[in-house]
Every structure is written in C-alpha cells, then in structure tokens.
Ligand binder design. Structure first.
Ligand code: OSB
Ligand code: MG
Length: 368
C-alpha cells in the first residue's frame, strides 16, 4: 500500500452539555480527524486531543503540528506501508501518543478497508455488541447530578462513573448511592489527589464502588501501590498506563487491579490490544475508556471493547450522550449495549455534509 498523503481536518462539535472534570470544562469538542489517502483505499482516524493540554501534554493544534511536520513525512520512507509498519516508522519520535494513534488508526482503517477486514476481527473481537457505561461530569449541585444520573439510568446505561475531585467526592457519591441503590457505580479522579489526601480516598470505601480511577498523578505508580494496600475499592489506572510496558510495571507493582484502555493514550489500537493481552495474562480486567469521540473514534473503540478481556462496561456511550448531531450514523444504546460495526476497517466514514458543517479548517499533507 502506498500512502499518497493525509488530510488533517480541524473540527469543532458542540457537546450537548459541558463536560466538567477536575482538569477543566469542555463545551465544544475541538479535535482532529485524519483522512489517509492510499493507492488502495482511504482511512479515517480521530485524535483524542482536546483544545488545551489538560488531560495529557498533547493538544489539538500541537497534534496537528507534529503530524504535519514530523509524523506524516516520516511515513514517506516506508516503501510498502501497512498498519503494522506505522509504529516502527514513528518510534524515533518521543511520546506524542495521541498524534501517533490518530495517524496509525487512519492507516489501519485504509489497510483493513483495502483487505475487506473489519477492525473488530483484526483485533480479535469475540462480541457483537458491547456493554456501555456513562461518564458523568462534575455538576453544579447534588440535585443537578441526581437528575443527570437519573436520565442516564432511564436510557439504560449499565454503570455510572462519577468524576470526582477534592471537595466533590464523598457527598455526591453518597447521594447517588442513596438515591439509586445497588447500581454499578465507580469514580474517576483524573489524578487530582495527592498522597496526603489518603483519608478522603479511604472514605470512598463506604460506598461499594466497583473501582476508583486514577486518584494520584500519572507518574506516581508507587503511590498507587501504597494506596492500594489500604483501600478496599480496586484502583483502576488511566493516565498512568501509556504502553504495554507501563501496564506490566503497574500490575507487578500492585499499583492497580483494573486497567482503563484508551487507544489514543497508548499510541494506537495495536498497542491497546497488547495491553489487553498483558492484562488478560495477569487476570486483570480491562474496560474501554473514551475521549468524547465522534462516531469515527467511537466505531474503533467499540471494536476494541469487543475483545474478550473487556469484561467491564466501557465509556462507550451512545452518540446522543455527546452530540445532537454526529458526523457518522449515530451509535445507539440498545439494552445498554452498542453494536460493533461489521463493515471493513472501522466500519464507518463521516457523512460529507455533516463533516463540512463541523470542519473549521483542513490541511492536505502530501507524502513524497
Ligand atoms: O479520564 O476518562 C477520562 C474524557 C476526556 C478525557 C479523559 C476522560 C474522559 C471521560 C469521558 O471520562 C469518557 C467518554 O465518555 O468519552
Ligand atoms: Mg479517566
């Protein structure tokens, strides 16, 4: 397969409700879509980056810049490009995993479309639909939070994840637990606590949570291991797990009992599958995280979430939880599940009219 070039599309999609986490509030999803053009097929990838570098060090304009200046040109040297040769061709460039993931996914989609193979099959999926949870942002008040959770439970979501931060933890968790009884409930701190906040974290043990996600900073694996010896609630890591090697280290250290897998955070779906394999070999359950994806990124996440080790509901919510109008056929919740796409590659492509409405700018990067 010969890569002819990659189009970088900046998109801005209003979210149905502003999404507030410990690191900031996102009201409009401003990110990138990549369209890889090869001599055999076209493929699509989505960046997990946001407009500001608050979740990780990457951000939308930085991702576009490193793609255009470094990553896409580095693929020119590859004589016969396929999805598996992308990561080796980019390995000299440090980090920039969200950027690498978007590029690898676009080429993976083109490669699989050329071969007529669905991404779910290529990754080793065993399910036709995936169990879905929903991630609930920090609210203005407890009554507002209860209303939001009530709506999601009525929609049929199989578990609720509450975003927490110091000062918004025990009270909202207690209120949701008291009001909704024995729902499947978990929390995500996005690294907003310090080791010295241990009493606040231990207080969460009273609420029978399935897990607490990333309480401490991403680079504090030892702190997570120390906390894990005192906390009854299982620790799940998100931000800390940037590679299969990081997953192996975290598991060996006892820093987590559960792993959130996001392909963007780890440099792509192929590395995500390796993390799944490492975790499965250690008996560590995994679930599929999300980054407020459009239908393009969601399609690939749902394929990943259909692998056998994904035994917990993911942040694979329906399109309407995020957007009034998506750029693909919307993903719909049916009995708490999303259907795994069956077509070649990621199984979807953006609707040209919808895409045009949400596209802010586009840049064609030729590969010579
Ligand atoms: O920490 O899981 C996270 C969104 C953006 C960045 C980080 C996270 C999230 C979410 C939302 O929790 C998950 C989703 O529904 O896409
Ligand atoms: Mg998280």
């Amino acid at each position: 397969m010969k890569l002819e070039g990659v189009e970088i599309l900046h998109i801005a999609m209003p979210l149905v409700g502003a999404f507030r986490t410990s690191f900031g509030t996102e009201a409009v999803r401003e990110t990138l879509l990549l369209r890889a053009v090869t001599d055999e097929a076209e493929g699509w990838g989505e960046s997990g980056a946001s407009e500001a570098p608050l979740y990780s060090g990457e951000h939308t304009h930085g991702v576009a810049d490193v793609l255009a200046r470094h990553l896409i040109p580095a693929l020119a040297a590859a004589p016969d490009l396929d999805a598996h040769s992308v990561a080796p061709a980019l390995s000299a460039f440090k980090e920039n995993r969200l950027a690498k993931a978007a590029l690898e996914t676009a080429i993976l989609d083109a490669d699989l479309k050329a071969r007529g193979i669905p991404l779910s099959y290529a990754l080793g999926a065993v399910r036709r639909s995936v169990a879905s949870g929903v991630s609930v942002g920090i609210a203005d008040s407890i009554p507002d939070l209860l209303d939001t959770v009530d709506g999601y439970l009525a929609d049929g979501y199989l578990r609720i994840k509450l975003k927490i931060e110091p000062g918004w933890d025990v009270e909202p968790v207690r209120a949701v637990r008291e009001r909704f009884g024995d729902i499947v409930l978990q929390v995500d701190a996005n690294a907003s606590y310090e080791r010295s906040d241990i009493d606040d974290l231990l207080a969460l043990d009273d609420f029978d949570l399935s897990l607490v996600e990333q309480p401490l900073p991403a680079d504090d694996l030892l702190g997570h291991a120390m906390l894990g010896r005192r906390l009854a609630t299982p620790i799940c890591l998100d931000e800390s797990i940037v590679s299969a090697r990081a997953a192996a280290t975290a598991i060996e250290l006892g820093a987590c009992r559960i792993v959130n897998i996001k392909a963007g955070r780890v440099g792509g779906y192929l590395e995500a599958r390796r993390i799944h394999d490492v975790c499965a070999a250690h008996g560590v359950p995994v679930w599929c995280g999300g980054m407020l994806e459009t239908g393009v990124g969601r399609a690939a996440n749902v394929a990943l979430a259909a692998l056998p080790g994904f035994t917990l509901p993911g942040d694979t919510s329906a399109s309407e939880r995020y957007f009034a109008e998506d750029i693909t056929e919307p993903f719909r919740l049916v009995d708490g599940h999303l259907a795994v796409p069956t077509g070649p590659g990621i199984g979807v492509s953006p609707d040209p009219d919808a895409l045009a409405r949400f596209t802010v700018s586009r840049q064609w990067v030729p590969v010579r």
